[in-house]
Design a protein around this ligand. Sequence first.
Ligand code: ASP
Ligand code: MG
Length: 464
Amino acid sequence: MIVMKFGGTSTQDAQAIGNVVRIIRSHVMSKPIVVISAIAQATNMLEKIGKLASEKNDREAREVSTQLFNRHYAIVDQLIRHISRNRTLRNVLETTKEEIDAIIKGITILRELTPRTLDALFSYGELLSSRIVTVALQDQGIDSEWIDTKDFMITDENFSRAMPLMEEIEDRLRSIAQPLIVKGIVPVTQGFIGVTSTGRRTTMGRESSDFSAAIIGVALDADDIQIWTDVDGVLTADPTVVENPKKIKQLSFEEAYELSYFGAKVLHPSTMLPAIEKSIPIHIYNSRKPQSKGTLVSIQLKSHETIVKSVAYKRNVIILNVQPKKRFGQYIFWEHIHNVLTKYNVIGLITVTSEYSYSVVLDAKNFNPAVVHDLSEIGMINLIENMGIVSIIGSNLIPANQIIDKLFKAVGDIGISMITFGASKSNLSFIVDDDDVTEAVQKIHDEFFEEIYNDEVFAELDSH
Ligand code: ASP
Ligand code: MG
């Protein structure tokens, strides 16, 4: 069996969903289970609804909710002509709208939007889109059944960044989905959302539907995890930054992880973690070009060749540098720093240390000033803001002599504030001023990818 996950742009309107139905039909023989994201922008709109309500602006919150439902009604009416199916879906929309209005009222009264409430609100996006896709499949004569993540996607209680409890999920999913798949029925379920063991809806972090697909794939021992999105696959660089990016045909799990962790948007980094355990291949396909071959993420091919595959970047990061106020043992100093980072759930993107100096690169978006407060008890702090990470990702980057030569030649006089290399064979990252990120990416991309030198690894974008 296989997992087929469709992102928000693949379900954004009736035409897109019609296309999804055709793609699923062409894979029915492979026994798919289908994982659906909320329609494009729905999650953002739900977030906006929650925020507006918490600011006591319930009128505007209801307006955004009406806009969101109008889009869903339009999809249902254009897509589902069969009268009773259309009516069933309209009824679902109606009751959901009432539930959301009640939540808006609750948030407005309490003036408080907790992660738990926001997760409850978020869940409606995926619940609706997955229901619509199920009925659209039935409408086209494909035997399919809607299954609710509430019955199997058990997570811990960390609302907004819940972690799946794999054993529980495996047991439940096997008893719920397996019998359907065996009978040739296509189960359709939701990405992104989970449920605590006491039945509260959770979410696993923004953009985590890819992760949901991998969890489901691993739980059911899938042969393939397919991520259907709106680009041709994983590219050698962001197409909005470089002029002529190529498609990468194959990446190792490690390369794909590093690439998504350091900024490539096509896959959620956590997707690779369950898949790697059972070596289940992940394919990334373009739902607008279903014939195109996409990118395959799988175990490392046994080659010792050094291949630079992609240049990624992450903007708006902060370098936090700590030096101890007095000389305690080095391990005490480090332990203290790690304790503070753990206390505030801060993820260090990159860490560089020397004997008595510790620098960690943090995402400015979730920066918490309390970290600086706590660390200044033991250390002198230097914060360098408005920085960006540029990363080169590929296979067997060590030994790196050639790459480093080319890299320095490419970046020319752009100032590099930090460089990390060696912990992973697949990644070389360095920090530049945020304003220099675009130029650095373009120059490095030109240097490494000016001509396709390896058509086993790369392909031109419009190839089919
Ligand atoms: N709908 C969720 C989001 O927009 C999850 C996803 O699409 O992966 O973050
Ligand atoms: Mg996505």
